[in-house]
Design a protein around this ligand. Structure first.
Ligand code: ATP
Length: 376
């Protein structure tokens, strides 16, 4: 087992930089998801770690060894691709055992490893079938079993369940979670699906345009995105945003569509930038309470769009005076288009991004005359 470190990795294809000066640490025994939209450089990074691609600059180390110039076969890495690899004419057992045959293991050890992997992936009932006739989900199970049985120090997964039907996908995701916890290998898993990353990862590396935006535990990145992109990309849907002009000279106060009362930045002096500037408020749908009649501290809005979600939930887009926000409702509230509804939101639930799109450490608080002793 081993940790992986990348230091200053850049990869250029001609004049295009697909990966830009990336430094990352993948701790031993942990599952890291490389998450980001199509084209952000996830697969390129994975291929560089695997030794299938040479970085333009930077170094890769596994454990305490610099493996930058090493060919793939010397790196002790198993890889599972988006399209499952099945060796034609071989049984399920032999498909899993093939890479082990090169390791010159005793027959007993080889059988034990393959049977263990078969058990982990629930392939017992498929053993007598021809793997070439399997659906993509079961084929991918065979590929996972092959990777697990190798007991390499690192397993790399490149979007392994993207091409699997939705039902198998759900079961594979649950099984993968159990397997990654059991095998305790260092796992690096590429996905563009934030839900997959939230389920499987011990840590998420969020990438955009070849750069690392954030590396954190899933809950941390979800609750405290460093840029608004993270707030938008994580979540179903992600944060809604409200743009506001902001003048630090006004004591950090602002009037937002989200609140019937003025709010203020908890520490206005911490907001970087010049005198007149702009702020972006990010709010997650689950942090808005939708009401059918006005209550204290609520603001009025109109339901513009609605979608049926899971477990009897609706997702509704609500127009406030200047902004559109998404909210989740658990019952019939606001499910009709054009309905007037009222929203309640806690200022503390809002993430504030500065004019350079960096999340402020200080949050929003309700502004009250008592909080302004100098102005009374
Ligand atoms: P996807 O999920 O769509 O594969 P990704 O985040 O994995 O996206 P990469 O496949 O790493 O992205 O590609 C990153 C960028 O580098 C893309 O713009 C891609 O077109 C470009 N790229 C990747 N490989 C090559 C190559 N061999 N030659 C030229 N450009 C490449």
């Amino acid at each position: 087992m081993a940790e992986v470190k990348l230091a200053g990795i850049t990869k250029s294809f001609g004049s295009f930089n697909a990966v830009k000066d990336v430094s990352l640490h993948f701790p031993e025994h942990t599952t890291t998801c490389l998450l980001g939209p199509s084209g952000c450089g996830k697969t390129t990074l994975l291929r560089i770690i695997a030794g299938l691609e040479t970085p333009t600059s930077g170094t890769i180390s596994i454990g305490d060894r610099d493996v930058t110039g090493w060919p793939a076969r010397r790196r002790d890495i198993a890889m599972v691709f988006q399209y499952p690899v099945i060796y034609r004419g071989l049984s399920v057992f032999e498909n899993i055992a093939l890479p082990l045959r090169e390791q010159k293991l005793s027959k007993q050890e080889l059988t034990a490893r393959v049977e263990n992997a078969i058990g982990l992936l629930g392939l017992e009932r498929s053993l007598k079938m021809d793997p070439e006739r399997f659906d993509n989900g079961t084929r991918q199970r065979v590929a996972f079993a092959r990777a697990v049985a190798r007991r390499s120090s690192i397993i790399l997964f490149d979007e392994p369940i993207t091409n699997v039907d939705p039902e198998s996908k759900f079961r594979l995701k649950q099984d993968l979670k159990k397997i990654t916890e059991r095998v305790r290998q260092t796992i690096i898993y590429v996905t563009h699906d934030q839900n997959e990353a939230m389920t499987l990862a011990d840590q998420i590396v969020l990438l955009k345009d070849g750069e690392v935006l954030q590396q954190d535990a899933p809950r941390q990145i979800y609750n405290h995105p460093k840029q608004s992109f993270g707030g938008w990309f994580l979540g179903s849907p992600g944060m809604s945003f409200l743009e506001h002009p902001f003048n630090p000279a006004e004591g950090g106060r602002l009037q937002s569509d989200l609140f019937p009362f003025p709010v203020k930045i908890a520490e206005p002096e911490s907001v970087p930038g010049s005198n007149r500037t702009a702020l972006r408020l990010g709010i997650r749908p689950e942090h808005l309470r939708v009401l059918t009649s006005p209550e204290a501290d609520s603001v009025q809005g109109t339901v513009l769009k609605k979608f049926r979600g899971v477990a009897g939930q609706y997702l509704v887009a609500i127009k406030l005076s200047k902004h559109l926000v998404w909210a989740k409702v658990r019952h019939e509230v606001g499910k009709s288009l054009g309905n007037t509804v009222w929203l309640r939101c806690r200022p503390e639930a809002v993430t504030v991004f500065d004019e350079h799109d960096q999340a402020l450490k200080a949050g929003l608080i309700k502004d009250s005359p008592e909080a302004r002793p100098n102005e009374r």
